[in-house]
Design a protein around this ligand. Structure first.
Ligand code: 5AD
Ligand code: SF4
Length: 470
């Protein structure tokens, strides 16, 4: 019913913000003001930061990586684990008093952490010098919030409890010319019992396929060759649209875009990964043979307590089907150690899954209690020393398997999309195979953004070492 209205409201809102950008630009452009943004957490936040950067650059700020020389500091925060939050408080403490030295100085905080009342209370009490605070639902409103801050000279806090519209068509700044992230959906409906994300990013909502395809076509016309489709649970994409469509169907439409070379996506929830998706992955040439498939725990008992809706056996069966249909596939995963009630036996189930699946890499996390989630009040929280010891055992296994997976590639010639100059060595470029593996190769800088055949000569635990193939 509200289809048309939603589009109108979004377009109007984008126009309004664009008008404010133009007004702000008259005051800010040419003053040589610099911004520095620090992004914490996941790819979603990284993508949001690109949008923030786009708006600030249109307003007339230029980017600096050096926080010391910045006039405007933005922290795009994460709250998935407590450590990420502690880092923010630490960094804020160090910024106190900067305005005395620079009258233009401002600080903005945004992202998942801001969606929690407990955080806002702490900020108000201990860090009352923050100029602008906004959340995950109203990023597009930054120009207006900045305008209010400048006009009223009052600190601005604008946090919404839920989203209103998906606002399209705002300025955007991309980190790479040849690859881009594209949001296909926002929010999460899964409520895994340890996870804060559904509380801070709201209910699942999908962008319309035509908006996504239009965006990707525009990116391709600007030179983008690889796209990463982003969603907390891409496998449930499209289910709540007025005209429902499956993720697999969306992938087919994207696969047909001329000029695009590689399609990646994350994150897949095992409970929703369909046979249709496996078939489409196997048959579409542009979809990379690489799946990020978090399993969190190998223990069926804990998976139930985590509200994950699959068992150890069904997960392993899913992996078997994926590997059978897509023989070159590489899998990556997320694992949590020390979830409440985890016994040695449960942990050994986790080790068994890792043994059996052979991940190319795995993100391993120590369980972090998040206030407001069901797991936070569960009994049997696991003592820190027990968790730490298990974590180290898991890490050793994961690393051994990563190295073994990479070692299989030694002697092969693979196609690599070079992404950037290596941070360790100016003469080396880093890139990725279609299977998602990192490759370091001595190569000229002009090769950044190009697909190049590379002969793999060696491997370390986390990357391959190559030579340009003759
Ligand atoms: N503690 C530890 N790890 C967590 N994750 C999510 N919530 C928590 C938590 N409370 C991990 C999950 C998820 C990844 C993005 O972060 O493994 O897949
Ligand atoms: Fe968190 Fe689970 Fe949603 Fe992932 S699927 S964001 S782990 S609630």
């Amino acid at each position: 019913m509200s289809e048309r209205k939603v589009i109108n409201v979004s377009t109007k809102e984008a126009q309004r913000q664009n008008e404010i950008i133009n007004i702000l630009a008259q005051h800010i452009s040419g003053k040589g003001l610099q911004y520095c943004i620090s992004t914490f957490g996941c790819q979603m936040n990284a993508r949001d930061s690109e949008k923030i950067e786009g708006m600030l650059e249109q307003i007339g700020y230029t980017k600096t990586e050096n926080e010391e020389e910045a006039d405007f500091i933005i922290y795009n925060t994460c709250c998935v684990r407590e450590n990420a939050e502690l880092k923010i408080y630490g960094r804020l403490g160090a910024l106190k008093g900067r305005r005395k030295k620079n009258p233009n100085f401002m600080i903005a905080l945004c992202g998942c952490m801001m969606q929690q009342d407990i955080v806002l209370d702490t900020l108000k009490k201990k860090f009352n010098f923050i100029d602008i605070i906004f959340g995950t639902y109203n990023i597009y409103k930054l120009p207006e919030l900045l305008q209010t801050r400048l006009e009223t000279k009052q600190n601005v806090i604008d946090i919404w409890d839920s989203y209103q519209d998906i606002v399209e068509d705002l300025p955007d700044s991309r980190k790479y010319d040849f690859k881009a992230c594209v949001n296909i959906m926002y929010g999460c409906n899964n409520f895994c019992t340890y996870c804060i994300v559904p509380y801070v990013r709201g209910r699942e909502r999908s962008r319309k396929p035509e908006d996504i395809v239009t965006e990707i076509k525009a990116l391709v016309s600007e030179g983008v060759k690889e796209i990463m489709l982003l969603g907390q649970n891409v496998n449930s994409y499209g289910k709540t649209l007025d005209e429902p469509i499956s993720f697999a169907e969306l992938l087919k439409q994207i696969n047909a875009i001329e000029g695009l070379k590689r399609i990646r996506f994350m994150t897949s929830h095992p409970k929703d990964l369909s046979d249709e998706l496996i078939e489409v992955m196997a048959s579409c040439d542009k979809i990379c043979p690489s799946v990020h498939l978090p399993f969190q725990s190998g223990s069926t008992k804990l998976l139930k307590k985590m509200n994950r809706h699959y068992t150890k056996e069904s997960y392993l069966e899913l992996v078997r089907k994926i590997k059978a249909a897509i023989p070159r596939v590489e899998l990556t995963t997320d694992i949590i150690v020390g979830f409440p009630g985890e016994t040695e036996e449960d942990f050994l189930d986790t080790m068994e899954v890792v043994e059996k699946v052979h991940y190319a890499s795995a993100f391993t996390f120590i369980y972090s209690k998040r206030t407001g989630t069901p797991a936070a009040t569960m009994e049997d929280q696991v003592p820190e020393d027990v968790t730490k010891e298990r974590f180290n055992r898991l890490l050793a296994l994961v690393n051994k398997q990563s190295a073994a997976t990479l070692h299989k590639y030694v002697g092969q010639t693979v196609e690599v999309l070079f992404e950037e100059v290596s941070k360790q060595d100016d003469n080396v470029l880093s890139g990725r195979t279609d299977t998602g593996l990192l490759v370091n190769t001595p190569a000229p800088k002009e090769y950044v953004g190009k697909f190049v055949k590379v002969h793999i000569v060696d491997n370390k635990t986390h990357y391959l070492i190559g030579e340009l193939a003759r």
